[in-house]
Design a protein. Structure first.
Length: 658
C-alpha cells in the first residue's frame, strides 16, 4: 500500500547568511530572538500578553490574556479596550506628526505625500462624514476602491468609530461585490468613479451600480471618490461625492474605544466550494500580530521607506500596508497601477525615485519581471534597498536567487514569508538579522508560533524528505475568530480534520535536517501519481530552474493507469515556441527527471505567453485544472489581469510523451 504522506523530491542546499553589517544594525539579534523563543515556550499566553502591554496603547488595560472556554473560538485580551486608529495615528502625533506616513504615486506619475498629522486629520474628517450618514459602532461598511490614499483613510475612519470594514478588491466583478455586500449586510458602500490600471480605466462606479441594481437592500448610502474624472451616473437620493461628504466636517474625531475582540474587519477569501468565506478578525489581537511581525520580519528603522506592493483589497495590504507599518510609524509607499506600465521598469523606477529600502512583493511578480531580463532593473539605482520580501505563494529557488542577485545586489536578505488571510499575520519567516536563508524555504516559525507538520493521524512527521499537513498547535492573537455568520463552517474547515486539536492551514509542507519549513503547495494541489503523492510546487520549481523557463504552473489531470498525470503550463523566457515544440518538451521532461526523478516528469506540457493571474499576481489554478481536464469554466474570471490568455490556454494540446 502506498504511503499517505507527501514525498519531497526537491533538494536545495544553498545557504545565505546575513552580512555582518546587517546583523550589527538589526532590530532583533540572536540574543533577543532566543529570549523571545524561550519566553514563548515557557509561557505561551503570557508571552503574547507581555507584547500586548508593551506594543499597544490600551484605554482599558486587560486582565485576561487568553480565553479558551469556547475553543477553537479562541479569544484574546477580552476585557481590554482600545482603538486601532488611535494606535496607528494618534500615538505618533507628538513625535512623528510631520513624518511622511504615505507616499502615493498614481499610474500616470502624480505623487502625493501625507504626513502622520495630515493622515490623522483626513481620517477624522471622513470618520465624521460616516457618522453624519448614520454609521456607528458595529455597522458594516463595504469599500470598493482603487489603491489610493483614500482607501486607507476609509479603513481607519471605520475603525475610529467602531464600524467594521469589508474591503472588496477593485478588480472583482459586480456579482462578486454584490455577494460580499449581501453577506455582510453593509450599510454604506464607499467606491470611486474608477481607477487606473495598465493605462485603462477600471469602471468601479459602473460595477457598483450593477451590483446594487435590485439587490443589496442594506445599502443606504454610496460615497464616491473622484479619481479619474470620467462622468458616472449618480443617484441623488443614494449617491454622494466624497468631497461633498467631508465638506465642513471637523478634523478632530474622538476614537471609540472597543473591546479587544470587537471585529475590526471582514475579508472574503475563496472557499474550496467556490463560495467566498467572510474571514472575521478582531481588533486587539490582530493589530498586535500585524505590528510585531512588521517589526520583527522587516526590521524597520525610523529612516526606512517601506513598500509592500499588495493591493489593500487583499490581506497583505491590510496587515502590511494599512495597519502594521502605520502602527510602527513607518513611511509607506502606495502605487496604484500595473508593475509593467508603461514598461517593465516601473517597479524599479519607483524604488529608485522614492528611495525604497524595504521591498515586499509576490513571487509571480518577481518571475514576470525576471522574464524581462537583467538589463531592465540594471537601468535603475537600487542601492538604497537593504531588505527584500516575498509573499503569496512559495517562491521557487531560481527566482529567489535572481531576486537576491539582480534586485538585491547580493547584499539584501530575503524574507520569504508564509501566512494566510486566516492567520492575520506572518507565522513562518526568517528574522533577517538572525536566520540564515535557503532559496525556496520560509525557514522557521516566528516566536510564539507552534507550527508542525503532521500525517493523517495527526502525528508529527520527522522524516526530512516526507511532507504532511502544515498545522499550528497553539492559538495566536492575530488568528481569525470565525467565519462571518457561519461558525460551523469555521470549525469544520480549519479544525475538523484533527478534532479541534490543531489549526489546519490547508498547505502541505516538509522540514529539512535543519528544521526549516518548505511549503509544497495546497493539500488539494497534491498529485497522486502511481501511488506517489507529489507537491506541485516542487515540480514547478524544477521547471523554472531550466534556463529557457520563466514561469510554470502544474496541475493534475486524471489518468486511467497512474491515477493522475502531471500537466504543466510553461511560460518561456523570450518568445513562446512555435510550430513543433516537441524538442523543448522532451528537454524539459528530461530536466525535471534529472532534478526530481522520473516519477515527477510532466506527461503534458502546454506553452503559453502568460499564466492566468489576478491583478494581485495570484495564479488562478482552478482555471488551469479545468482547462487541463477539458471542463467548462464556470467561475468568475473578471479578476484576471488578461482574460484573453484563456483562449490561448484552451488551444490544441501537444502531448509531451508518455
Amino acid at each position: 500500500m502506498a504511503s499517505q504522506n507527501i514525498e519531497s523530491v526537491l533538494h536545495e542546499e544553498r545557504t545565505f547568511r546575513p552580512s555582518a553589517d546587517f546583523v550589527a544594525r538589526a532590530r532583533i539579534g540572536t540574543a533577543r530572538f532566543d529570549e523571545l523563543r524561550r519566553h514563548a515556550a515557557e509561557d505561551h499566553s503570557g508571552f503574547w500578553a507581555r507584547l500586548a502591554r508593551e506594543e499597544l496603547s490600551w484605554h482599558t488595560p486587560f486582565t485576561v490574556s487568553l480565553d479558551e472556554s469556547d475553543a477553537p473560538n479562541y479569544r484574546w485580551f477580552t476585557d481590554g479596550r482600545l482603538n486601532v486608529s488611535y494606535n496607528c495615528l494618534d500615538v505618533h502625533l507628538a513625535k512623528r506628526g510631520e513624518k511622511t506616513a504615505i507616499v502615493f504615486e498614481g499610474e500616470s506619475g502624480e505623487v502625493r505625500r501625507l504626513s502622520y498629522r495630515e493622515l490623522h486629520a483626513e481620517v477624522c474628517r471622513f470618520a465624521n462624514a460616516l457618522k453624519a450618514q448614520g454609521v456607528g459602532h458595529g455597522d458594516r461598511v463595504a469599500i470598493y476602491m482603487p489603491l489610493v490614499p483614500e482607501i486607507v483613510i476609509a479603513m481607519h475612519a471605520c475603525n475610529r468609530i467602531g464600524a467594521i470594514h469589508s474591503v472588496v478588491f477593485g478588480g472583482f466583478s459586480a456579482p462578486a461585490l454584490r455577494d460580499r455586500i449581501e453577506d455582510t449586510g453593509a450599510k454604506v458602500l464607499i467606491t470611486a468613479d474608477g481607477g487606473w490600471r495598465a493605462g485603462q480605466v477600471i469602471e468601479l462606479k459602473a460595477a457598483a451600480d450593477k451590483a446594487l441594481a435590485g439587490a443589496c437592500s442594506s445599502i443606504e448610502r454610496v460615497i464616491v471618490l473622484k479619481r479619474t474624472g470620467r462622468p458616472v451616473a449618480m443617484q441623488p437620493a443614494r449617491d454622494l461625492w466624497w468631497e461633498d461628504a467631508v465638506a465642513g466636517c471637523s478634523r478632530e474625531c474622538a476614537p471609540v474605544w472597543v473591546e479587544a475582540e470587537h471585529p475590526l474587519f471582514l475579508l472574503y477569501t475563496s472557499g474550496s466550494t467556490g463560495k467566498p468565506k467572510g474571514i472575521q478578525h478582531s481588533s486587539g489581537g490582530y493589530l498586535l500580530g500585524a505590528k510585531v511581525t512588521t517589526q520583527w520580519v522587516f526590521d524597520l528603522h525610523e529612516d526606512d521607506v517601506y513598500w509592500c506592493t499588495a493591493d489593500v483589497g487583499w490581506v497583505t495590504g491590510h496587515s502590511y500596508v494599512a495597519y502594521g507599518p502605520l502602527a510602527l510609524g513607518a513611511t509607506v509607499v502606495l502605487y496604484e497601477g500595473s508593475p509593467t506600465f508603461p514598461d517593465g521598469g516601473r517597479f524599479w523606477k519607483l524604488c529608485q525615485d522614492h528611495r525604497v529600502s524595504v521591498f515586499y512583493t509576490a513571487p509571480t511578480a518577481i518571475r514576470a519581471l525576471m522574464k524581462l531580463g537583467d538589463e531592465v532593473p540594471g537601468g535603475y539605482d537600487l542601492s538604497r534597498l537593504r531588505l527584500l520580501g516575498s509573499v503569496g505563494e512559495p517562491i521557487n529557488p531560481e527566482a529567489w536567487v535572481w531576486y537576491h542577485r539582480v534586485i538585491g545586489g547580493g547584499r539584501c536578505p530575503i524574507v520569504d514569508t508564509w501566512w494566510q488571510t486566516e492567520t492575520g499575520a506572518i507565522l513562518i519567516s526568517p528574522l533577517p538579522g538572525v536566520v540564515a536563508t535557503k532559496p525556496g524555504s520560509c525557514t522557521l516559525p516566528l516566536p510564539g508560533i507552534e507550527a508542525d507538520i503532521v500525517d493523517e493521524r495527526g502525528e508529527s512527521v520527522t522524516d526530512p524528505h516526507t511532507g504532511g499537513y502544515l498545522v499550528v498547535k497553539k492559538p495566536w492573537p492575530a488568528m481569525l475568530r470565525t467565519l462571518w455568520g457561519d461558525n460551523d463552517r469555521y470549525r469544520v474547515n480549519y479544525w475538523g480534520k484533527f478534532d479541534d486539536r490543531y489549526y489546519v492551514a490547508g498547505d502541505s509542507a516538509h522540514r529539512d535536517e535543519d528544521g526549516y519549513f518548505w511549503i509544497m503547495g495546497r493539500i488539494d494541489d497534491v498529485l497522486n501519481v502511481s501511488g506517489h503523492r507529489l507537491g506541485t510546487m516542487e515540480i514547478e520549481s524544477a521547471l523554472v530552474s531550466h534556463p529557457r523557463v520563466a514561469e510554470a504552473a502544474v496541475v493534475g489531470k486524471p489518468h486511467d493507469i497512474k491515477g493522475e498525470s502531471v500537466f504543466a503550463y510553461v511560460v518561456c523566457r523570450g518568445n513562446r515556441p512555435g510550430g513543433d515544440a516537441s524538442a523543448l518538451m522532451s528537454e524539459l521532461r528530461d530536466w525535471v527527471g534529472e532534478q526530481l526523478g522520473a516519477i515527477a516528469k510532466p506527461d503534458h506540457i502546454r506553452f503559453a505567453d502568460n499564466l492566468p493571474k489576478t491583478r494581485s499576481g495570484k495564479i488562478m489554478r482552478r482555471l488551469l485544472r479545468s482547462i487541463a481536464r477539458g471542463e467548462d469554466i464556470t467561475q468568475d474570471v473578471s479578476t484576471l489581469e488578461n482574460p484573453a490568455i484563456l483562449d490561448q490556454l484552451r488551444g490544441v494540446e501537444a502531448p509531451a510523451g508518455a
